[in-house]
Design a protein around this ligand. Structure first.
Ligand code: SF4
Length: 316
């Protein structure tokens, strides 16, 4: 069952008197109980696509076209008040740096209880029990005493678990995890991803995983969408993506995964374009080793091959 559908999303930034488009007809869907990963280099538009869902965008950003359908309703028609309710209780954000979500002046328990009070209308003992349950679910030991701690008394991994506990306490249907493990060491990264997978399987929670880490994606995502310069250039299920990648950019990304120590890692030449850079045709053409004349004149549309595998390239 499709829980979220982003359709033809166009977004740009007002830079003084010039409007610069950053997202071009971005479309993807998220099923109940699945992990969809959006991957790409910094600045490709993956975080902006995710933040559009929550409508947590910079002041200069403007959505000019598209729909974001959540449980049958277009989120782009919702008021700020509606969105405040949806954020946290229906769709929750797990940020890269959990300190940006935790207030250092209050105990983690107070912050969790406040969220339970706002989103579930519980108080007193009922709210306290819910907080303990949430800590148990994310495997924070000694929940009762840990609830009394301030954020600085938690390690990075524990802070991330506390953020996930806040999302679970509100029974969020979708978790948007924006580079959730980047700030953590490798062992803790694996623990957090195991926890997210357990939540997906046990609660049928859907997860939108934003990352540049393809090794993490290969082990965890059910479906992958690759973004380049504000466009989705390839999307496929995990098996298709890793066994039959089609877009030259996807292939270049895959060659840069550190999977084989014997093999020298390949890098992608050049840099992704900035918003102000004008590139005619396919935006990847200055970096593409297969670039043809047409690539400098026309923008390739997404074409579908088998199993909902789509890619945008003039190559067959
Ligand atoms: Fe390369 Fe052309 Fe395909 Fe773009 S359309 S990725 S430039 S071959």
């Amino acid at each position: 069952m499709t829980i979220l559908e982003v359709k033809n999303l166009n977004l740009g930034f007002q830079c003084e008197d010039i409007f610069r488009q950053a997202l071009f007809d971005v479309s993807f869907s998220l099923e109940k109980g699945e992990i969809l990963s959006i991957v790409g280099e910094s600045g490709c538009g993956k975080t902006m696509s995710a933040m559009s869902i929550l409508q947590l965008l910079p002041k200069t950003a403007r959505i000019t076209k598209g729909e974001i359908i959540f449980n049958g309703e277009n989120l782009l028609t919702k008021t700020n008040k509606d969105m405040q309710h949806i954020r946290g209780s229906k769709i929750a954000l797990i940020p890269q740096d959990p300190m940006t979500s935790l207030n250092p002046l209050y105990t983690v328990g107070d912050q969790l209880l406040e969220i339970i009070k706002i989103h579930q209308g519980l108080s007193g003992d009922a709210a306290y029990q819910k907080a303990i349950e949430a800590f148990d679910m994310v495997q924070i030991p000694a929940a009762k005493s840990r609830l009394k701690n301030y954020p600085h008394e938690f390690s990075g991994g524990m802070k991330q678990r506390a953020i996930i506990a806040m999302a679970l306490a509100c029974q969020a249907e979708i978790l948007i995890a924006d580079e959730p493990t980047t700030a953590l060491d490798v062992t803790i990264q694996a623990q957090i991803m195991t926890l997210l997978n357990e939540i997906k399987n046990n609660n049928k929670t859907s997860i939108l995983l934003i990352t540049h880490d393809l090794a993490l994606v290969s082990e965890n995502a059910d479906k992958i969408a690759v973004m380049y310069a504000g466009r989705i250039v390839e999307t496929a299920n995990n098996k298709e993506f890793f066994t039959n990648p089609k877009h030259p950019y996807t292939n270049a990304l895959l060659k840069s995964i550190p999977s084989n120590r014997e093999k020298k890692l390949e890098t992608i030449k050049g840099q992704p374009p900035t918003l102000s850079q004008q590139i005619d045709g396919c935006k990847f053409n200055p970096r593409c080793e297969y670039c043809m004349d047409i690539c400098k004149k026309e923008i390739p549309n997404l074409k579908t091959i088998e199993n909902e595998h789509k890619y945008a390239c003039f190559l067959d």
